[in-house]
Design a protein around this ligand. Structure first.
Ligand code: MG
Length: 157
């Protein structure tokens, strides 16, 4: 058994799509990024990479300086990472996720987000859970200027 921890943070920008776990959430702001900026998928990728120890983190696997990844959907990035991890014999135990943003309320999208992530990782819905927190109106996140995510992953073989 191996556990991994992933974290990601993005600034929010007017007119960008808000991507969370491969799901586009209707909102007037979204993550500023060179990819689609999906903060949750990025944290999941780093948690899985950390647990598996297959080498590198998300920034090394998909360097922001490499134009090949510009505008690439994060669903594609997690697919590439997961196939690589699976080749090393790892299977998913579970992932547990926290997304922190002030608004909009994300709870109505939980089932859709869980389904999206479990599809991407070829896992049962019961292997994925996502919790949503606010930042009590303080700091960059609390002022609605940023979004963050923490993820733990358990892998086994
Ligand atoms: Mg990111």
């Amino acid at each position: 058994f191996k556990i991994g921890l992933g974290y990601d943070f993005h600034v929010l920008e007017e007119g960008r799509p808000l991507m969370i776990g491969g799901v586009e959430i209707p909102f007037h702001k979204g993550e500023k990024a060179h990819s689609d900026g999906d903060v949750l998928l990025h944290a999941i990728i780093d948690a899985l990479l950390g647990a598996s120890g297959v080498g590198g983190d998300i920034g090394e696997l998909f360097p922001p300086s490499d134009v090949a990844w510009k505008g690439m959907p994060s669903s594609k990035l997690i697919n590439i990472a997961w196939q690589k991890i699976k080749l090393h014999g790892w299977r998913l135990g579970n992932i547990d996720c926290v997304v922190i943003m002030e608004e909009p309320k994300l709870t109505p999208y939980r089932k859709t987000i869980i389904k999206s992530i479990s599809n991407l990782l070829e896992a049962d819905d019961s292997c994925v859970f996502v919790k949503f927190k606010t930042h009590e109106k303080t700091g960059d996140i609390g002022k609605g200027e940023a979004i963050a995510s923490f993820v733990t992953a358990l892998l086994y073989k």
